[in-house]
Design a protein around this ligand. Structure first.
Ligand code: AP5
Ligand code: MG
Ligand code: ZN
Length: 206
């Protein structure tokens, strides 16, 4: 099963992808995570990606498409995949269609007004990557899974988030219609608790 998770920054793509990957035994492929790993490793791709991510802009399609194409060619994707954060432009979707057939696109729908708080309140474990939100951390600064220190993503500040949301509206939102026309779109209400959103996705995926 080849599945795409579509949604604005902070909609819950990563949160749901981890749960879906475990339930369906599919590899979770997040282009954002791939870029952040490259930035950490100071690779040439990381250097290019950082210059865009820091501004809340999209990394150029030619860089991103090539990364995904190579990743989907790996053995673990023979059973399918869960793509998180790709495609994000119509041209990326058209490129993907040339090397892979998409079975379902889950559009996690959250009102724009809620997204800023979700993103600026997000905290991540610097050691294991687990994701939290300050609203449910009750002041804790350590990861409950591994004890690692909780950190904030570099692009989760208010100014960059404003750009990311604008970029989403202009460049990514048109994909909703694109995949609706392709007959593979599944929309879920993402403005509900995490478990409810998950149950809804599973029910609609069948
Ligand atoms: P990426 O890493 O993909 O970031 P994003 O799309 O901005 O999305 P986020 O990861 O911020 O949000 P999410 O939907 O995963 O939400 P999460 O589950 O964490 O991309 C980063 C950058 O890389 C881009 O800006 C771009 O520069 C570049 N890039 C990546 N892909 C690219 C591509 N294809 N082309 C070009 N450039 C690309 O949840 C957020 C918070 O909300 C968490 O704190 C979570 O705990 C909480 N939360 C989640 N669900 C719920 C819920 N139901 N109720 C309450 N809180 C919730
Ligand atoms: Mg994410
Ligand atoms: Zn941890």
């Amino acid at each position: 099963m080849n599945v795409i998770l579509l949604g604005a920054p902070g909609a819950g793509k990563g949160t749901q992808a981890i749960r879906l990957a475990a339930k369906y035994s599919l590899p979770h492929i997040s282009t954002g995570d791939i870029f952040r790993a490259n930035i950490k490793g100071e690779t040439p791709i990381g250097k290019v990606a950082k210059s865009y991510i820091d501004k809340g802009q999209l990394v150029p399609d030619e860089v991103t498409v090539q990364i995904v194409k190579e990743r989907l060619a790996q053995d673990d994707c023979k059973v399918g995949y869960l793509l998180d954060g790709f495609p994000r432009t119509v041209s990326q979707a058209e490129a993907l269609a040339e090397f892979s057939k998409v079975d379902a696109v889950i559009n996690i729908d959250v009102p724009l007004t809620k997204l800023l708080r979700r993103i600026t309140g997000r905290r991540l474990c610097g050691k294991c990557g687990a994701s939290y939100h300050i609203d449910t951390l009750s002041g804790k600064t350590e990861c409950s899974k591994c004890g690692g220190e909780l950190i904030q993503r570099a692009d989760d500040n208010e100014a960059t988030v404003a750009n990311r949301l604008e970029v989403y509206e202009k460049q990514t939102a048109p994909l909703v219609e694109y995949y609706e026309n392709a007959g593979v779109l599944i929309t879920v209400d993402g403005d509900a608790d995490i478990e409810k959103v998950f149950t809804d996705i599973v029910a609609k995926l069948g």
